[in-house]
Design a protein around this ligand. Sequence first.
Ligand code: ASP
Length: 320
Amino acid sequence: MTWGTIATWRMAHDGVRKASDLLAQAGRAGDAVEALINVVEAYPYYKSVGYGGLPNEEGVVEMDAAFMDGDTLAQGAVGGIRNVMHAVSVARALSAQHYNSFRVGEGATKFAALNGFEMTNMLTDRAKAQWQHRLAELAAADLDPYDGHDTVGAITLDRQGSMAAATSTSGLFMKKAGRVGDSPLSGSGFYVDSERGGATATGLGEDIMKGCLAYEIVRRMGDGETPQAACDHAVYPFIETLKRRYGKAGEFSLIAMNPRGDWGVATNVEFTFSVATSAAAPQLLMATPGPAQTTVIAPVTQAWLEAYEQRLKAPIDLSR
Ligand code: ASP
């Protein structure tokens, strides 16, 4: 049987390799999606997810995450959780509960601590220095404080035909304490149904929520659209609607996969993603908005990868 996985941003690529190894050996979709996201959460240089994630304006790392099982439609999510290494694993544990499956703030953190999840201070010296630099910049000039975010979102399809989806993020850099984005919200940041397909989002949560875009893509796949058509038709007209009626639209990037392992992407920015299926080895690709509400997809160049690596690990003055 076909298997597949797709995930947001360059940062997901190693996780996609790991998930594809599991899926190729008949591993289950839920285990593969959790393993994929755990790789990203633990890597200290990714500054928008898990350990090393950038903090809120008070200097505290608050994370959002979700997990959904496409067979049972069970979901678990956390919002504003602190001090936990693998927020997505907490979300997955919560998905086993009928009640209390979406926990926020102190209640979410307490659940993780009481249930044996790895607890640690998630603010690295590097992230703390970036926060301090940003505070100084903001004090000196009138800048948009919300510069820097990204969610790892992923969809998996296993050989048995089951699907799963999950997300994890530290949200907007410099967000207000208690701010929760789209990533843990069903239908906005994620949705998956093994009979129709799955979708996840990254971008400005406040605007993604206005369109419930992950559910809209799944709904369209259920009506017979290919994942690419569903992404294009859900995302681009909605961006126009927002511009017309709300006056502006933030950044949006969505990925989708159907139960056959076909996939699609739509975005209004330069957007990297990683995809692997039983028919194609893990590939890192770049999507950009194309003409007439379409998406252009091309391989990521070596030059881009090198520049990314340099940006990611650029030295930061830790002495301030
Ligand atoms: N969607 C995330 C949020 O709004 C951030 C991102 O994916 O860029 O918290």
